[in-house]
Design a protein around this ligand. Structure first.
Ligand code: FE2
Ligand code: FE2
Length: 309
């Protein structure tokens, strides 16, 4: 039984309700685990070399092919570990807060239904990521590496420490979660639809990306509903958090790579990463498009030219 919106005069809630009614036909969890029907193809790469932060470095480019293959497998593992941390430490806690009505305007049937569905999707994405990691470790006979905390999570923790009270912390969590939910489709899009890659890798990413197309809208409209009910001070905190969240989301996670490259004895890895850090320090890359996308989703129209100016 499809449910009609209980707030007929509210266009945002009507749209959220429409998205909820699509879930039974679009949710990938309802199609089952894609890894079950896939065969591992050892000759194919597990990750795209262009996505490595040291892709253009001569030490990487001149590394032997078998070592490159190994690094690409860890690229896939890092990518999925990051997905798990985003889902479990960032998105799921915010979904719980939204469902509990901890934000002004979030105690609405429409929001609770849509966010509960998103929470189910996110648990499924964690399952796909866990399986993706374990299959690659097993098939490639790689040593397990315990990865450190990712920059996005460290950045979130730092921002939470700077808050004055519990509600500010909830708002910061919400801003970082909404930034991630809006930016994750581009992040996933860079790996999906590439048949040159390991089928396990691009097919699970494709399934994840399909769900996230919908989440980007669900979270944007939910945020728009909440944003209009925040005080001016709360709005200011929310807006100030967005660029930091966008920046942290796009971090190339060199600290995580350092642990991996050390564990597999990649020759001269410390110098390679030092060069990458120096390059990053010289051209601080702010994702202006990402920030514009988030502001536009709140009904705050800005062009990327204005932000860059
Ligand atoms: Fe997800
Ligand atoms: Fe999501």
């Amino acid at each position: 039984m499809n449910i009609s919106s209980t707030h007929a005069d509210n266009k945002i809630l009507a749209i959220i309700n429409g998205l909820t009614n699509l879930w039974n036909n679009r949710a990938k969890v309802l199609e089952g685990d894609p890894s079950v029907d896939l065969t591992f193809e050892p000759e194919k790469a597990d990750f795209k070399a262009e996505l490595l932060p040291f892709y253009k470095h001569p030490l990487w480019q001149n590394a032997p092919a078998d070592l490159q293959q190994k690094v690409l497998s860890y690229g896939w593992i890092i990518y999925n570990e990051k997905t798990i941390q985003i889902e479990s430490k960032l998105i799921a806690p915010v979904c719980d807060l939204l469902i509990d009505g901890e934000y002004p305007g979030s105690v609405k049937d429409e929001i609770q239904h849509a966010i509960s569905q998103a929470l189910v999707d996110e648990a499924f994405h964690t399952l796909m990521a866990v399986k993706g990691i374990n299959i690659v470790y097993r098939e490639r006979h790689l040593p397990r590496v315990k990865l450190p905390k990712f920059q996005l999570i460290s950045c979130l923790e730092l921002m939470l420490e700077e808050c004055q009270n519990e509600f500010e912390q909830k708002l910061v969590r919400l801003a970082v979660a909404c930034a991630s939910e809006t930016l994750i489709t581009d992040y996933l899009g860079s790996l999906s639809q590439d048949p040159m890659l390991q089928p396990l890798c691009y097919k699970t990413v494709e399934a994840h990306a399909a769900d996230e197309w919908s989440h980007a809208s669900v979270f944007s409209y939910t945020m728009a509903e909440i944003f209009s009910q925040l005080s001016e001070q709360e709005k200011a905190l929310y807006l100030a958090t967005l660029p930091k969240a966008v920046q942290a989301f796009g971090d190339d996670e060199l600290n995580v790579w350092e642990v991996v490259l050390a564990a597999i004895n990649f020759p001269d890895y410390a110098n390679m990463l030092a060069d990458c850090r120096e390059r990053n320090a010289q051209n601080i890359n702010v994702d202006i498009q990402g920030i514009a996308k988030l502001l536009n989703s709140l009904g705050i129209e800005v062009s990327t030219e204005n932000l860059a100016a």
